[in-house]
Design a protein around this ligand. Structure first.
Ligand SMILES: N[C@@H](CC(=O)c1ccccc1NC=O)C(=O)O
Ligand SMILES: [Zn+2]
Ligand SMILES: [Zn+2]
Length: 213
């Protein structure tokens, strides 16, 4: 039997919380099934940073590549979920270093066990740029986090995003890791092929690896 799938994606739905000032998610009906019409068809409006998503480099660097140009390899493969609960404002290397092996390609950081899918998580935990530097030395190609951003909400310079860009690391944000135990998994979280776009929603899933057993 194939391994169970753990869905770590937020549900996209009208009224869901979005980054303050960003576009609300909406879904309208353009066609409904009736005697004259054989189909239901909706129209979606959303920011690429709604719910569980990836950032393209273009989001934080006008010279950076867009969603359709991002390499796909980082978004598929072995990933380590690490416990970074109770770290305060920023996850530092000190908080997680004991859980990180000498080499690791993908690290997903769990900062909270108490999610609300209805409220914006003001004061969410972000990453200290030193943590990005530390993970880069271990060969990391993707960093994921269960909060809306790698940098604090008020950050104007976004130093962790910039450090991530400098090391060509890929980003996943607003992962739903509440029910996931730390350990090794296979990650699949592919972006849509959106030309010129600054990010993309992803359907992120994990499958347990034997190392956890
Ligand atoms: N950095 C956040 C998003 C972000 O910064 C943002 C998203 C929508 C509207 C404004 C934003 N930031 C403004 O400073 C992210 O990585 O998704
Ligand atoms: Zn984003
Ligand atoms: Zn981001």
């Amino acid at each position: 039997m194939s391994k169970p799938i753990i869905d770590i994606t937020m549900t996209l739905k009208p009224g869901m919380p979005v980054w303050p000032g960003d576009s609300d998610f909406s879904m309208e009906w353009v066609m409904r099934i009736s005697d004259d019409c054989p189909v239901n068809v909706s129209k979606l409006t959303l920011s690429p940073h709604t719910g569980t998503h990836m950032d393209s480099c273009f989001h934080y660097d006008s010279k950076g590549v867009s969603s359709s140009e991002m390499p796909l390899e980082p978004y598929i493969g072995k990933a380590l979920v690490v416990d970074a609960l109770h770290c305060g404002d920023l996850v530092t290397p000190e908080h997680i270093k004991d859980q990180i092996p000498d080499t690791i390609e993908r690290v997903l950081i769990q900062t909270t066990a108490e999610y609300s899918s209805d409220k914006w998580p003001f004061g969410f935990t972000a990453l200290h740029p030193d943590t990005v530097e530390f993970l880069a030395t271990r060969g990391c190609v993707l960093i994921g986090i269960d909060t809306p951003s790698m940098d604090p909400q008020e950050s104007k310079k976004m130093p962790s995003h910039q450090a991530i860009a400098a090391h060509k690391i890929s980003i996943l944000e607003s992962l739903k890791l509440e029910a996931v135990n730390p350990g090794y998994y296979e990650l699949i979280a592919l972006p849509l092929k959106l030309e010129g776009c600054d990010g993309s929603p992803v359907r992120a899933i994990l499958r347990p690896l034997d190392e956890n057993l």
